[in-house]
Write a protein that binds this ligand. Structure first.
Ligand code: SF4
Length: 263
């Protein structure tokens, strides 16, 4: 399928809004992105937390941590095979690429153990997805918003006990996206026909939930417009560069003639 006609996602849309040239380099020019340990950290944490929840919280904490360990190590090793020079890896703040790999290995295992303890103590009530009669974990959806096919995966949906559900996203990083929670809330209403009044983030960095975001008033039109604008921009072939702060965190900066890091 050509990029003009592909379904869109929250992350694609945000990336287009932040720097459409980056979107173009990644998806049209197919510039090979540089690896970043934060990405493997996030994926491995999500997998471990999901496995814990899917086991009906019966796995041992050490087994869940081992799942993080195995997935993180495997993904990092595969990326090192492709890019052995860790100085070329992306890293945030004062850490080098190599230091960040090591740091996130330990951090991810600590955060996974802390998630298990938090989940045991608070026992979040997972909503049961009615079609498959399974706990609402990694719920996938495809829905039309603003005339655009939008797809996504919702980390968790919780039963609020009043015929409404709460959307929850698990975060290992610091960048929280309201647009993501708003989109997922609108999608849940549209696909599953349930009321969604609140959404929140589990913040792995702090081992706790964020304050809830009120999403009851968010309209499909408001959310759909952002997808429609992004989709129209791609179809027009409009890919303006937005050099500046994000260049420091851009995984295709090595292929960008506008690269302008902030010092
Ligand atoms: S290096 Fe900067 S301007 Fe170039 S694609 Fe990345 S974010 Fe955009």
């Amino acid at each position: 399928m050509s990029v003009e006609n592909q379904p869109r996602s929250v992350s694609q849309t945000q990336q287009y809004e932040q720097c459409a040239w980056r979107w173009y380099l990644q998806r049209v020019e197919r510039v090979q992105p540089r690896p970043a340990a934060w990405s493997y950290h996030g994926t491995a944490f999500h997998s471990a937390a999901e496995a814990w929840e899917r086991s009906s919280r019966s796995l041992g904490a050490d087994e869940v941590v081992e799942l993080f360990h195995d997935e993180y190590t495997s993904m990092v090793n595969a990326a090192l095979d492709k890019e052995p020079d860790t100085d070329r890896w992306l890293a945030a703040g004062r850490y080098s690429g190599g230091e960040d790999i090591e740091r996130r290995y330990h951090l991810g295992m600590e955060q996974t153990a802390a998630y298990v303890e938090w989940s045991k103590a608070t026992r979040p009530a997972l909503w049961t997805e009615p079609n498959e009669q399974k706990p609402a974990l990694e719920l996938s959806f495809m829905v039309e918003l603003g005339g655009v096919q939008v797809r996504g995966f919702i980390d968790q949906a919780l039963d609020e006990g009043d015929d409404s559900v709460r959307v929850r996203d698990l975060k290992t990083g610091t960048m929280k996206s309201k647009f993501q929670l708003q989109t997922y809330s609108v999608a849940m209403r549209k696909v599953w026909g349930v009321a969604v009044n609140k959404a929140d983030w589990y913040l792995a960095r702090d081992g706790r939930l964020s304050r809830p975001l009120k999403v009851g008033e968010v309209s499909e039109d408001e959310i759909g417009q952002r997808f429609a604008d992004m989709d129209a921009g791609v179809k027009r072939g409009d890919f303006p560069a937005n050099p500046g702060f994000d260049c420091n965190f851009c995984d295709v900066s090595h292929g960008c003639i506008f690269f302008s890091p902030k010092t």
